[in-house]
Design a protein around this ligand. Structure first.
Ligand code: 13P
Length: 249
């Protein structure tokens, strides 16, 4: 049985103090279910969030990391630094990192290897741009993104990979993929996994949908058989909203 997951990617939002307010609200509102809940605050609020959530089943993820252990890389954070404060999950491959920070598939493959070598679980994001969808190339684009960054991994490594399909045209735009478009892509992803690994592996990897998920559209998207939850941006910044999305599963 695949894990259902709802993760909140805060991006570059919330300072230390507003993070504290959010997490205490979340703790008050949250009722444990079988759905796994993850928040991904900015680096400056990771330790705070971990401390506040100690003993809770809500997990805390980082939004990025460098692929090297240490060195002259001003402004970067390594996998072992994340581990040293207790972070065990990282988001990699987000389209904002690909677009604004020039992260390529081959760079992401290195980050993936480093995270796994440190035992860090990965939420790996991928998704086509509007131009790809308009030209009907979305399946090929997604296949290449997955192949180039992940398909060198052995089967066992997939125990630590969560996939997140985030069509770039749906991120922060208010335009959501229809539940059918999401289902179609998620089924495609499972087919690629099945062809490259096995149907058994394809069946057990959680594939989340991300892109303008809100409390009023979450239920319909999450009800699709190959959609195992969501990676939420804007709507994850408000505790009540985030909770209602979690409850939509
Ligand atoms: P929005 O939910 O704001 O569209 O962002 C989605 C996203 O990028 C999550 O990583």
């Amino acid at each position: 049985m695949r894990k259902q997951i709802v993760a909140g990617n805060w991006k570059m939002n919330k300072d230390y103090f507003s993070s504290e307010i959010f997490v205490s609200k979340l703790i008050n509102l949250y009722k444990k279910t079988d759905t796994e809940v993850i928040i991904a605050p900015p680096f400056t609020s990771l330790r705070l969030s971990l401390n506040m959530l100690k003993g809770s089943s809500i997990d805390v993820a980082a939004q990025n990391m460098h692929f090297l252990e240490s060195g002259p890389f001003t402004g970067e954070i390594s996998a072992s630094m994340l581990k040293s404060i207790g972070v065990d999950t990282v988001i990699l491959g987000h389209s904002e990192r690909r677009t604004y920070f020039n992260e390529t598939d081959s760079l992401l493959a290195k980050k993936v290897d480093t995270a796994l070598a440190q035992g860090i679980r990965i939420i790996f994001c991928f998704g086509e741009e509007l131009i790809d969808r308009k030209s009907g190339n979305q399946n090929l684009v997604v296949k290449n993104q997955l192949k180039n960054a992940l398909f060198h991994l052995p089967k066992i490594a997939w125990d630590k990979i969560i996939l997140a399909y985030e069509p770039v045209w749906a991120i922060g735009t208010g335009e959501t993929a229809t539940p059918e478009q999401a289902q179609e892509m998620h089924a495609h992803v499972r087919e690629i996994l099945s062809n490259n690994y096995s149907s058994d592996l394809a069946d057990r990897v959680s594939v989340l949908y991300g892109g303008s998920v809100k409390s009023d559209n979450a239920k319909e998207i999450f009800s699709k058989p190959d959609v195992d939850g969501g990676l939420i941006g804007g709507a994850a910044l408000d505790a009540e909203h985030f909770i209602s999305i979690i409850n939509a599963i």
